[in-house]
Design a protein around this ligand. Structure first.
Ligand code: ADP
Ligand code: MG
Length: 223
């Protein structure tokens, strides 16, 4: 137990540091991006080089943005929220892409769910990360089920997909920084999600059956 506490404290210091560095990288990156666009617009040569540079800069930007979520958002407001509102906002954000991918996001919400005390932007970020993973793993389309119910002192939120699943030996690596099996993945989404959920005194867990799908369960305490 003591070991566990030390581990998570270490992560938190490292996380703060990472977020600080990410913040410092963002401004010069914006400068580089601007001048690349300018250069490309003012010359007829080397356009393909500029495109490569731009896409690499975009990639740095993506990683930096993910790290920024480790830090507290600029406006950090812990308030009572209806989780269904947060989920619906996220679905609205992702639905266009889902439809393009031939995917349907299906919800099943229990009635009379209690509100939860949380930082809404952080919880929405977790939902985005998890639903995006589900979308990315269902290239042939299918359904993503989101269930919310009350379970004892927790609110239980489950996101199920019909993707290719995760072999047992890989399940333990989920949430490790930079663990990704995607060509263009950052391997940061789940690490950040876990960190945010743990900061809300909740838990994040995974269950998966290869070739059937994966379910991600979030438990958040009801205060
Ligand atoms: P990224 O999406 O950038 O790879 P994540 O931290 O979001 O990083 O996910 C890490 C890895 O976990 C993914 O690369 C993938 O191998 C696995 N994973 C996450 N969610 C799912 C899912 N729903 N189905 C199958 N594999 C998943
Ligand atoms: Mg991801």
């Amino acid at each position: 137990m003591e070991e566990f506490i030390n581990q998570s404290e270490k992560l938190s210091v490292a996380g703060q540091l990472a977020a600080g560095v990410a913040h410092e990288i963002r401004n010069p990156l914006t400068g580089i991006k601007g001048f690349l666009q300018l250069l490309k617009a003012t010359t007829n040569e080397h356009h393909s080089y500029y495109d490569v540079m731009m896409s690499e800069v975009e990639r740095i930007n993506e990683i930096v943005n993910e790290f920024l979520y480790l830090a507290k958002p600029e406006v950090y407001k812990i308030e009572k929220h209806d989780i269904l509102d947060l989920i619906n906002e996220v679905i609205m954000l992702l639905n266009t892409q889902a439809i393009l991918n031939n995917q349907q996001i299906v919800t099943n919400f229990s009635l009379d769910l209690p509100k939860i005390t949380c930082e809404s932007n952080q919880i929405k970020q977790v939902l985005i990360n998890i639903i995006k993973n589900a979308m990315e793993v269902m290239s042939e389309g299918g359904e993503i089920y989101i269930t919310v119910e009350k379970s004892e002192h927790n609110l239980k939120l489950i996101v199920c997909d019909e993707g290719k699943g995760i072999p047992k030996e890989r399940l333990v690596h989920l949430g490790e920084p930079f663990y990704t099996t995607k060509e263009k993945g950052t391997g940061l989404g789940l690490m950040i999600s876990r960190k945010i959920i743990e900061e809300h005194s909740g838990t994040l867990s995974f269950a998966s059956v290869v070739n059937k799908g994966t379910s991600v369960t979030i438990l958040l305490p009801i205060h």
